[in-house]
Ligand binder design. Structure first.
Ligand code: SAH
Length: 353
């Protein structure tokens, strides 16, 4: 079965022609798919054509297996189901400026970060570009009653986007196809644990996405304790790749830093971080580590976050503490999926599809 959501307008037109349909129908099919409409709803297509299409293809193959809505801020945690039965997570966050969706790029992850739940069973498979788009299209359904749509995307769900480079780039191009979902790439952030050569490749793509780097440590010694990728590339190599990205794209880089007591959250660590980032066009996003049941790493107190932040501010490093959304639902990477898939437990949730 061909999945049409991963194709560009021209590709769908070409494919329709191969199937014996007029190419102009491809444009119509493309536009319907990007509006989240399945074959049955493609009202300007003859019914017989829709039936033929159903036999050989799927418009988009991502469905919502379940969801939890936060009572605190309306954040929705989504468990998506893919056509092969695999599940990935997403988080929909409503802001005044728009609606942001955090999407997954792989089922599982092979990066092995010691604080992260997504990587506990390794990588199962890469997502296709069509599946990534499907995550966005499926999430848009939650917003219909409000007359809103996903306007911002962060590639920060399960998976390492730069470990699934080709499909991620294809997905980014799909976002700005004429007549499609049209989400500005300036509203897209891509988060990596620091796969250096791919960071250079990304800088050459000429796509204005914001690059986020999961740094989580001020030096290699600390980084190696929690991130196996640190054995492969040093912080200094990562920062060089970031400087290149800034120079090529003119966009500042965001460093994510998950604070964990006794690991990387001391004032000395903050000073060292300020030192290595000095003069760089960047921003630091502090996240109190989200404690994961299977991991024995601790979070931090509010006081620790404040002190860490003050050190950075004093040294003129732009810094914010990540707003915690959906605190009452399973917030951290991969936790909801594990709860549902891993153990088959029932969730104490209010809503499901
Ligand atoms: N592989 C990419 C994107 C996925 S993870 C990356 O490493 O950036 C998205 C972010 O959540 C990363 O910054 C990751 O380090 C962080 N993260 C994972 N588990 C976490 C936890 N338990 N607490 C806080 N942040 C976590």
């Amino acid at each position: 079965m061909t999945e049409l959501a991963g194709m560009t307008r021209d590709e769908i037109a070409g494919w329709m022609k191969e199937q014996g349909f007029p190419a102009f129908r491809g444009k119509q099919v493309f536009e319907w798919i990007h509006r989240g409409v399945d074959f049955d709803g493609m009202s300007n297509l003859p019914a017989s054509m829709r039936e033929e299409l159903k036999k050989v293809s799927v418009a988009q193959g991502v469905s919502i297996r379940m969801n939890q809505t936060s009572r605190l801020d309306g954040t929705v945690k989504i468990l998506y189901e893919l056509r092969d039965g695999n599940c990935v997570e997403g988080v929909l966050m409503r802001y005044k400026y728009g609606v942001s969706l955090c999407i997954s790029t792989q089922v599982g992850c092979r990066m092995g970060c010691r604080f992260c739940a997504s990587t506990l069973e390794g990588r199962i498979r890469d997502l296709t570009a069509g599946e990534m788009l499907g995550e966005v299209l499926a999430a848009n359904r939650f917003l219909i009653p409000e007359g809103r749509k996903v306007s911002h995307i962060v590639l920060m769900g399960s998976g390492e986007p730069l470990d699934n480079y080709t499909e991620v780039i294809r997905f980014l191009h799909l976002l700005r196809e004429e007549g499609g979902i049209t989400i500005s790439l300036r509203n897209v952030s891509l988060s990596t644990c620091g796969i250096v050569p791919k960071m250079y490749d990304l800088a050459e793509e000429n796509l204005p996405v914001t690059l986020c780097v999961s740094l989580h440590a001020p030096n290699d010694e600390i980084r190696k304790k929690t991130m196996p990728i640190a054995e492969r590339w040093t912080i200094s190599e990562i920062l060089d790749a970031c400087r290149n990205y800034i120079q090529k794209t003119g966009r500042r880089v965001i460093f994510e830093y998950a604070l964990s007591e006794g690991v990387n959250a001391g004032e000395k660590d903050a000073e060292e971080l300020a030192e290595i980032l000095r003069g760089m066009q960047c921003h630091v996003n502090l996240i109190p580590l989200n404690e994961v049941r299977e991991r024995n790493m601790k979070g931090v107190s509010e006081e620790t976050v404040k002190r860490f932040m003050q050190v950075l501010e004093k040294r003129h490093i732009s810094v914010t503490r990540r707003r915690e959304m959906g605190d009452d639902i399973e917030g951290a990477c991969g936790q909801l999926r594990r709860k549902i898939i891993g153990k088959g437990e029932n969730l104490p949730c209010e809503s499901s599809t």
